[in-house]
Design a protein around this ligand. Structure first.
Ligand SMILES: [Zn+2]
Length: 322
């Protein structure tokens, strides 16, 4: 019997699901709204429905599924199959995701953090293939990251290793929902760069973006800052460079600590590309240890929104072959 693997990327907005064959070619893909506000069991039920729909539309029996992997945002215990807390989901605390799936399916199910499944994806199929020491950072609404050291994904004592977004950059900086302040992700993320930009507008600076939004600063996006940068807007250029510099200092610490061969930058805001990354590279060159920084490339992710699904599938396959 032909065997297949399911990969699920559970996000605050969308549930993205794919069926892969054992060569990781995609057989079927589906995306549906998460409807996170309706609570955890509504979301889990939707996932079960989606899987059943995908299988029946392809004529695949559940017995042909070798395993399933799921990437879930927030804190979790992969060994227990327990999602401890997820910030983007309402009432999402101590949810036994794997047990829930066991009530519906016989194939083994594995969960891991959403950024870590993206890391598995980029490592095995994207910008990180052939490397043994790599770091993925994702720039979305926040800054997430995952680390591979000597060919092993780092988990740490409570599966929380690699939370580079909470690296302290300023002693008395912007407050963070982790309870601390001045965390890297508060500055280098879609929300962070917009905040830097609007703070400067409040100080009386001007920008062409003000005309685009009809003076309504609440509708400014990170993408607009990239567009204004391309049009030579001096405030957009300044803010992009300032953000790149903060990320460069953060990554200098990371490079000194882990000595990676490559740092992969993914997530929606990575679309800023070299506008952001050139300053990051210059800052790293100046401030990280020379031997380490010369050995490390900083590149954009390759798989985009596909990394989570294929990474979750690869993670699950890895688990069953251990
Ligand atoms: Zn924090």
């Amino acid at each position: 019997m032909r065997k297949y693997i399911i990969g699920i990327d559970l996000g605050g907005t969308n549930i993205k699901s794919s069926i892969f064959n054992l060569e990781f070619q995609k057989i079927h893909e589906r995306s549906a709204l998460t409807e996170a506000a309706k609570g955890p069991f509504h979301v889990l039920n939707r996932i079960v429905d989606i899987i059943q729909e995908m299988l029946s539309s392809e004529g695949i029996q559940p017995a042909s599924i070798l395993c399933m992997g799921m990437g879930i945002p927030g804190l979790l215990d992969p060994e227990q199959g327990l999602s401890i807390f997820s910030p983007n989901f309402s009432d999402w605390e101590n949810i036994h995701v794997v047990n829930y799936m066991k009530n519906h399916f016989e194939f083994p199910v594995y969960i891991d953090n959403d950024v870590r499944v993206n890391l598995y994806g980029e490592w095995q199929f994207g910008a990180g293939t052939d490397y043994k020491n790599l770091i993925l950072i994702t720039l979305g609404t926040g800054l997430g990251s995952g680390i591979v050291n000597n060919g092993k994904v780092l988990y740490g004592t409570t599966s929380s290793a690699g939370e580079l977004g909470h690296m302290n950059m300023y002693r008395e900086g912007r407050p963070c929902r982790c309870g601390s302040s001045g965390c890297l992700g508060r500055y280098v993320s879609a929300i962070g760069i917009v905040k830097t930009f609007t703070d400067k507008l409040e100080e009386g600076r001007s920008s062409m973006i003000l005309e685009w939004v009809g003076e309504d600063c609440t509708t400014i996006t990170a993408r607009m800052i990239s567009e204004a940068y391309d049009l030579g807007d001096s405030l957009a250029i300044e803010v992009m460079h300032e953000t790149g510099k903060i990320l460069g200092f953060g990554l200098s610490n990371v490079i000194n600590m882990f000595n990676p061969e490559v740092i992969i930058v993914g997530g929606g805001m990575s679309a800023a590309g070299d506008r952001l990354l050139n300053t990051v590279r210059e800052t790293v060159e100046k401030h990280a240890l020379k031997l380490s920084s010369r050995a490390c490339k900083i590149v954009q992710a390759k798989l985009g929104g596909q990394a989570g699904m294929i990474g979750a599938a690869a993670y699950a396959k890895n688990k069953i072959s251990l």
